[in-house]
Design a binder for this molecule. Structure first.
Ligand code: PMP
Length: 284
């Protein structure tokens, strides 16, 4: 088993992969990305990830990418890695050329795919839940596009880690909470699951959608409505969703316990329902 890269259709060991110093992804963060994971030999929710990638490319007007070829190369890179449970990363940049803010003419996108072992959430985190901190929302206005411009996310997460927390949740000036640095956010109040609606303010998480579907199929009331800072702080349960971490209970916010300070029953139920979906390969 080994880490594999595919650069513009060429496969190689990850350690040998190179990108031009003139690449606009490197120079400007002029690029979009996706992260998919596999379970026991199968890429989970691949169609959904490719559709989001298509939207991201459209969102920053990168043209001329054959997403069927990207799909085939993702699958081949995964196969070559030999890993069962892997993380497949795809980054597509506008391409390489002389450094100027606006490219002189049409560019050939750079397509990077890497495959690594998936670590996922630790069992102890799933069981006991995690702590989050609240940070100011400092990101741009199109957070629905999955760009590699992640500096505010990285600084927020660094701050969380420095304070011994797992995630940083962004709060806007007017007191709204849309998502965390690399996860979507859910609250449960009075038995009703709530997550902020899709739109420019947050990334339309694949896991978010799958978990909402799990809730609705199981008859658990679930709504897509704005979440205020107050609603978050007074919720019965809070949890995060993401491709690697799946469904992760939040038990403390800025050091204060969420309700009783343990992972709540609806969070546990949704975690189990999500595991069932994964086991059934049900990602359509
Ligand atoms: N929001 C942000 C900002 C993220 O980076 C991620 C992880 N890609 C998510 C939400 C969760 O998305 P997904 O479930 O598709 O991994």
């Amino acid at each position: 088993m080994r880490e594999v890269a595919c650069v513009n259709g060429q496969f190689m060991p990850l350690a040998e992969a190179c990108i031009s110093v003139n690449d606009r992804g490197f120079l400007f963060g002029d690029s979009v990305y996706e992260v998919a994971r596999t379970y026991e030999g199968r890429v989970w929710a691949l169609d959904r990830h490719l559709e989001r990638l298509r939207r991201s490319l459209e969102g920053i007007q990168i043209e001329g990418v054959d997403l069927n070829a990207v799909r085939a190369n993702m699958l081949e890179a995964y196969q070559r890695s030999g890993f069962d449970n892997a993380v497949i990363y795809v980054q597509i940049t506008r391409g390489a050329g002389p450094r100027s803010h606006v490219p002189d003419g049409p560019m050939k996108p750079t397509i990077l795919i890497t495959v690594r072992l998936c670590k996922g959430a630790r069992e102890e985190q799933v069981r006991n839940g995690v702590e989050v901190i609240l940070v100011d929302e400092t990101r741009w206005a199109r957070r629905d596009i999955k760009t590699t411009n992640l500096l505010p996310n990285i600084l927020a997460l660094q701050q969380a880690h420095a304070r011994g927390a797992h995630e940083a949740v962004f709060v806007t000036d007017d007191g709204w909470v849309h998502e965390a640095s690399h996860s979507n956010l859910f609250i449960v109040s009075g038995g009703v699951v709530r997550t902020p609606p899709k739109g420019p303010a947050l990334l339309p998480g694949i896991t978010r959608d799958l978990v909402l579907e799990c809730a609705r199929r199981a008859g658990i009331p679930a709504e897509e409505l704005p979440v205020s800072r107050e609603a978050l702080l007074s919720a019965d349960e809070v949890f995060l969703t993401g491709t690697s971490s799946e469904v992760l209970g939040v038990v403390r916010i800025d050091g204060q316990p969420v309700a009783s300070g343990t992972v709540g029953p609806i969070t546990r139920r949704l975690h189990a329902l999500y595991q069932d979906r994964v086991a059934a390969g049900d990602d359509a």
